[in-house]
Design a protein around this ligand. Structure first.
Ligand SMILES: NC(=O)c1ccc[n+]([C@@H]2O[C@H](COP(=O)([O-])OP(=O)(O)OC[C@H]3O[C@@H](n4cnc5c(N)ncnc54)[C@H](OP(=O)(O)O)[C@@H]3O)[C@@H](O)[C@H]2O)c1
Length: 271
């Protein structure tokens, strides 16, 4: 049974809180009585949140920003802190994915994905750090991906920023623990979200052969795992029943996974 931290009246900032995992997180937090700020692009998803608020009795502060633009995310988070106070927790969910063969993807896609998935995470963290460091408390949770643990066919633009998020979290964990701040990274496999639905038709066939047997988990399972990880101060969070085992296998005995993957890819090879 997962533990649940007491976040009543705590300010929690969720980047990417307008869709998928971030939206499920924001919903749950509102239900728990947290003061929630959502940082996301100022588009239809954010407009929907504005028109159909999650609020109940609690206020959700909308802080539109492109997280890849340092000035925008810094201003948005400063506004969230003005509105809701010093953040107790930051959860970074904002991210994009563009599958395709490395030789086919436009050069700009590699730069954009790194700018959003990695630098968007870094700028968000740097925007909350001064106030957390002043309080000598806080929790920072960053969603990497299983693709931050192993190379995935067709994910040449996605794996590198997710590995970078992992490296950042591992570094920050050691730097910030002595200063009272808990840092955790999250490694979901496939999750049933609008982002995942949009990426599916772009998968090369070899990617489907490698990934297609994994049944997507629900965003709520990821939220449960994150809340449990915050309560238990976990350093690394592996949502879903098999995920922890798969992660151990990927890190401890990569040759086993390599063999399974190479066979699946060879059978589906189109080039
Ligand atoms: N779904 C999966 O299978 C899976 C697996 C492992 C890891 N992840 C990771 O989990 C996180 C959430 O994924 P998801 O599937 O929930 O995706 P999603 O449904 O597409 O939601 C992505 C969120 O990120 C926001 N976002 C995208 N680009 C942004 C930008 N430049 N600035 C600010 N916000 C931006 C989106 O805002 P708008 O809605 O306003 O555009 C949206 O709120 C991502 O980091 C993803 O890589 C997902």
């Amino acid at each position: 049974m997962g533990r649940v931290p007491d976040l009543r009246d705590r300010h929690v900032i969720v980047t990417g809180g307008s869709s998928g995992i971030g939206l499920a997180m924001a919903r749950r937090l509102v239900g728990m009585g947290a003061r929630v700020s959502v940082v996301a692009l100022d588009d239809d998803d954010t407009a929907r949140l504005r028109d159909e608020p999650l609020d109940g009795a609690h206020r959700v502060h909308l802080a539109p920003a492109d997280v890849s633009v340092r000035e925008q995310v810094t201003v948005a988070i400063a506004g969230a802190i003005d509105a809701n106070g010093v953040p107790g927790v930051l959860v970074t969910c904002a991210g994009v994915v563009h599958p395709g063969y490395v030789e086919d993807l436009p050069a700009a896609t590699f730069e954009r994905d790194m700018a959003i998935d990695y630098f968007g995470t870094l700028w968000s963290i740097r925007a909350v750090l001064p106030s957390m460091l002043e309080q000598r408390s806080g929790t920072i949770v960053c969603i990497s991906s299983f693709a931050g643990l192993i190379g995935v066919f067709g994910m040449g633009a996605y794996c590198p920023p997710k590995y970078a998020v992992r490296g950042l979290c591992e570094t920050l964990r050691t730097e910030l623990k002595p200063r009272g701040i808990h840092v955790a990274s999250v490694y979901p496999t496939d999750v049933d979200t609008p982002g995942f639905a949009a990426e599916l038709p772009q998968h090369p066939p070899e990617q489907d052969a490698m990934q297609g047997k994994i049944r997507p988990i629900s965003p709520e399972v990821v939220v449960d795992a994150i809340l449990d990880g915050i309560a238990r101060k976990r350093k690394r969070i592996y949502p879903g029943g098999w995920n922890w085992f798969l992660a151990r296998l990927a890190n401890g005995a990569p040759w086993i996974g390599d063999r399974i993957v190479d066979r699946a890819v060879a059978r589906a090879a189109t080039r």
